[in-house]
Write a new protein. Structure first.
Length: 370
């Protein structure tokens, strides 16, 4: 991996992603839909799309038609489900690129069917059922009737029925069991009526690991394939490996006199002559403007001093006298025995690891390790 030409970058271990897809498959004993929306949770949709397919993922899942088309353009040929809303105007694109779409609203489904008829080819779709997430989905009470109607449409091919859990990452909460039993009753009803489509699916990563009955025909796994924890209460087995590291460099070093303010607002003042380094990372890269960030330098954790700017910030070199311009600085990942995880940053920033990695800016080059 050639990092020399970059001031800041992400390193993505595709071997870890392949391992994680296979681990998910081994543990759940189900085909995997690799969820690669949001630029593969910041990891880069094109390279990750290819890697998950190489690892045996049966499907890719996205949330926007643009993401599905980007996958097709990069040569991914496996089935793709757009789990979000797709405007009817995009139906011809979806049909031409063989993308399966989510339907959950009878009026929109009528529009989809009409557009598919005009395009001269049926549209593949999955019905989303709301069992308690209260976000997308036809209510579970009306789902069987909708499924019957979908089966009758010559311009729509009902490939799947699915639901999504609100609290699978809290395995102690009873919510998931409640959602699951509603969904199971629906599946029994459509099976009895001969209306069960090929793919019934419900589990995300946490449910796939912690609720075996939720696995049905397919597990839709996002966070776990990146080697990140669904939550503290739903940790990954230790055979999973995080794939993403965030790195930058020291660009300038200086020794400031005592009483000197640093960065916007001078919110840090040196107490004595202090040696500091500027690093080429800022909030526009996804490194949050939060007081208290630490970074790794020569295997030691050192503090960020003062306000984080858009493109850079300043770190203390007081404990690392050997530091020099050009040295690598780790924001997420390992350096020697030291380590900063996306989970640690999430906890510090008052958010979840999903948001930390999805917040990685597009301007950061993604460098892939095979
Ligand atoms: C409908 C749906 N299924 C599956 C996933 C994957 O979830 P996770 O990343 O927790 O595995 C998501 C992600 O938000 C989703 O929206």
């Amino acid at each position: 991996m050639h990092t020399e030409a970059h001031s800041s970058w992400l390193e993505i271990d595709l071997g870890a992603i392949r391992n994680n897809v296979q681990e998910m498959q081994r543990i759940t004993r189900r085909p995997i839909m690799a969820v690669v929306k949001a630029n593969a949770y910041g990891h880069g949709i094109e390279a990750v799309g290819k890697a998950v397919v190489e690892a045996g993922a049966a499907w890719c899942g996205v949330a926007r038609i643009e993401e599905a088309l980007a996958l097709r353009h990069s040569g991914v040929t496996c089935p793709i489900l757009d789990m979000g809303y797709t405007p009817p105007q995009r139906i011809p694109d979806a049909i031409a690129a063989d993308i399966s779409l989510t339907v959950d609203d009878p009026e929109v489904a009528v529009q989809y069917a009409q557009t598919a008829r005009a395009a001269g080819k049926p549209l593949k779709c999955h019905l989303k059922v709301d069992t308690g997430m209260s976000r997308l989905g036809v209510s579970v009470q009306h789902a069987a009737e909708f499924i019957q109607w979908l089966h009758e449409q010559p311009d729509l091919v009902l490939e799947g029925v699915f639901t999504h859990f609100a609290r699978a990452d809290e395995p102690q909460a009873v919510t998931t069991e409640g959602q699951l039993s509603k969904f199971q009753r629906l599946v029994e009803e459509i099976e009895a009526a001969g209306l069960r489509p090929e793919w019934v699916h419900a589990a995300n990563s946490a449910a796939g690991l912690y609720f075996p009955e939720a696995r049905f025909d397919l597990v839709r796994s996002g966070i776990a394939i990146y080697g990140l924890q669904p939550s503290d209460q739903a940790p990954l087995p230790d055979t999973f490996r995080p794939a993403l590291s965030m790195k930058t460099r020291i660009t300038h070093i200086r020794t400031l006199p005592a009483g000197q303010g640093i960065s916007y607002g001078h919110r840090y003042q040196t107490r004595k002559p202090e040696r500091v380094g500027s690093i080429a990372i800022g909030y526009a890269d996804g490194f949050r403007r939060w007081d208290g960030n630490q970074v790794l330098l020569h295997g030691k954790s050192v503090p960020v001093l003062g306000t984080i700017c858009m493109d850079q910030c300043v770190i203390s070199l007081e404990d690392v006298p050997q530091a020099k311009a050009g040295d690598e600085v780790v924001l997420i990942g390992h350096q020697g025995a030291a380590h900063i995880s996306a989970e640690m940053l999430a906890q510090a920033w008052g958010t979840i690891n999903y948001e930390v990695v999805c917040g990685m800016a597009s301007r950061l080059p993604r460098l892939y390790n095979d």
